[in-house]
Design a protein around this ligand. Sequence first.
Ligand SMILES: Cc1cc2nc3c(=O)[nH]c(=O)nc-3n(C[C@H](O)[C@H](O)[C@H](O)COP(=O)(O)OP(=O)(O)OC[C@H]3O[C@@H](n4cnc5c(N)ncnc54)[C@H](O)[C@@H]3O)c2cc1C
Length: 474
Amino acid sequence: MDSRVIDYFRDLVGPDGIVTRANSLSVYECDGYTLEKAVPEIVVLPRSTEEVAAVVKFLHSKNIAFVPRGAGTGLSGGCLPVEAPVMIGTSRLNRIVHLDLLNRYVVAQAGVVNLWVSNAVKNQGFQYAPDPSSQQACTIGGNVAENSGGPHTLKYGVTTNHVLGLEVVLPDGEVVNLGGAVEDVPGYDLRGITIGAEGTFGIVTQATLRLTRQPQAYRTFLAVFESVHEATQTVSDIIAAGIVPAALEMMDNLIIQAVEAAFRFGFPTDAGAVLIVELDGLAAGLDPQTTKIMQVCQQNHAREVRVARDDAERMALWKSRKRAFGAVGRLAPNYCTQDGVVPRTKVPEILRVITGVAEKYHLRIANVFHAGDGNIHPILLYDERNTDETERVVKAGQEILKACVDLGGSLTGEHGIGVEKMGQMPLIFSPEDLLVMSQVRSVFNPDNLCNPHKIIPTPHGCIDVRIPKRQAPL
Ligand SMILES: Cc1cc2nc3c(=O)[nH]c(=O)nc-3n(C[C@H](O)[C@H](O)[C@H](O)COP(=O)(O)OP(=O)(O)OC[C@H]3O[C@@H](n4cnc5c(N)ncnc54)[C@H](O)[C@@H]3O)c2cc1C
């Protein structure tokens, strides 16, 4: 990197706001998708919207590409710096700017960690509903970029349902506000289209988030099954019975073993699968649903259904579930978390496909996922030192995603396309669809300087929409 560029950023954000040493930069070489790596030439850590705008304006004037990064917990390589020498990290944009409990919203800077928002309001009886399992680390900016979900988004909806407004620094450095603190802003929903754009429309600097009342009561169960099939059939049957639990999560035997070894919750390590089912709402309404869910579990030969006796037990159960990915480190040196989605009734079928793929490619695949959403997360275990095994992991992941599409589902339930799934976009989109998407992107990001080579597949990562009628080369 040109030393004048480094000097400029050092003056702008201070010496503690830039990272240039090779061993420190290696921290930023990937996110949670570790199959591809690329090191930025410099990481810049602004502290305010004004500093972000100044950084971006400078980069725009020099035609230098950049990539936004939150906590780097993404699972599709979204913040991988591909031909983007500068990474703009949001870790110092970490303030809750404004809290308005009467109007039920909070304004948080992009680098605020998801869980901090709920922690800031829990004593007043409120919560921020989207709760990715990574919520102890991931940031609001990353959640907005990925339109993240979580265990409780089955009932409450994903990030886009809880973001009222956004402040965004566009790729030329202009600061714009999309949406606002009130419901339903007139005109085109530019807030909506920015959520889930995976950081390709600009850098979100702060978000106005809707707060939700904490439920009055919970019923949380652990249902134990001999087989994955019985557990997934139970998921389908609960939904078919007209019940939408707050959360409905599945863990298979491999995950149970890893989680039990890590957290000693008391999971039965010989079970084929367990379901975590949570109901919430007014206490009076929960008993009839509890009875129905017990019946459905019994019909599907549940070996046992344990009800969390108190809040401590409930929290311990959720801690085990939310840290399940971390526990997978006990099973293999590396793993790749896939993310697909199928209609809920197809969950048993996609699990059979996953078992078949594991056998075909001689791989171990663990499963922990938001079963109620039909959002699967097969975790493919491997050792990156074994190149043959690594290649099989890539092929197996692609085959599972293709099966999701064939079953009427899609390529991602919540982790985004990033670099990982770009090549599979043509499975669900035509060249014309992709061209329209790139034209929309170019309204926000005409020079493709912000997070290039993401989402839309082309040989060069970018369709130049300034050339009229050019077909998307696939
Ligand atoms: C253990 C574990 C569990 C997970 N569980 C879930 C889950 O339950 N549900 C779920 O949806 N995801 C889950 N994820 C995936 C991940 O945590 C989410 O995608 C999360 O929203 C990423 O946030 P981040 O701050 O780490 O973003 P990063 O990984 O840093 O970035 C993700 C994307 O957002 C962009 N970006 C980041 N900040 C900004 C910004 N301020 N403005 C514009 N673009 C930005 C980046 O360029 C990149 O494209 C999990 C990941 C892990 C490791």
